[in-house]
Design a protein around this ligand. Sequence first.
Ligand code: FE
Length: 349
Amino acid sequence: MLTYNNNKALKTTVLVLGLASIMATEAVMAKAEEVKLYSERQPFLMKPLLEAFTRETGIKVHMVYLKKGMVERLRAEGANTPADLILTADIGNLHNHAKAGLLQKSSSPILQANIPAKFRHPDGLWYGLTSRARVIFAHKDRVKPGEVTSYADLAKPHMEGRVCVRSGKHMYNISLLASIIAAEGEAAATEWARGLKANLARRPQGNDRAQVKAVYHGECDVVLANTYYMGKMATNEKSPVQKKWAASANLIFPNQAGRGAHVNISGAGITSHSKNKAGAIKLIEFLSGHVAQKIYAEGNFEYPVKAGVALHPIVASWGSFKADAAYLSKIAEQRALAAKIMDRVRFNN
Ligand code: FE
């Protein structure tokens, strides 16, 4: 305990402490506000958006690009995580973060206005920021018009030996199967997975682009892939051969006479231990706004989630389509069962 031998010393000490405290407060205020971001979305895509956000709000963004392992990293960091916000693709990733307790609830009238309810978590654990359909790429000559119009067609006998697809356990295919469970039930979804496997021209392998490559090389006639790969292949200057892959196939939106094509999202969520929740919400709001939506979707040939935002001309050239109206939060609930069904039918074996 400190004691003072006279009043003057006490007053001086209080004055000095007071000044120090004012200076410390000013130092904190002078340090620009920052939002810290873990992103599975690539820097080329995010950089122009984050720079635009800083220009508009004065809030800096520190982004760490993580190709994978975000759930594990956030779990290991716990309350010490520097991340305020995560950005990732596919409802599977968003759902896994939410299920692991790594995201916190939030609400914002701007987000509710910009993002359709089916593309966000009911309690605001995650928000969709771009969307993409999982569609059929069919060889331009070997597949006749009308021969394949639905996911169901891929599992029918006339497609025997003509279908290629990536691993049944990949999250894109798990989400698609989960959407079939949500719409048609477990028994129908199991039959579909079994029928699709029976029609495969080769064991599941490669990524989405590798399936379209296989169409070009004549290994198969129809494949499943996400829409944006068509744009990325058709404009690929680094690997021009991909333009030939894209040109060999028609993009078919499935289920147009039924419930519509399965649409997935990339999106954001605020971490449970965010130190700047208000700043994180501002960043998601900015990314869901008109200006950002245009840059965001165009940069990766995706669809904006906000209504009334213009499409990239290449994306627009695929035509408009009917999307499955199911809420992604509902589809996500079926992902665990979808993975079990893939095992049950030994999809990858
Ligand atoms: Fe992808």
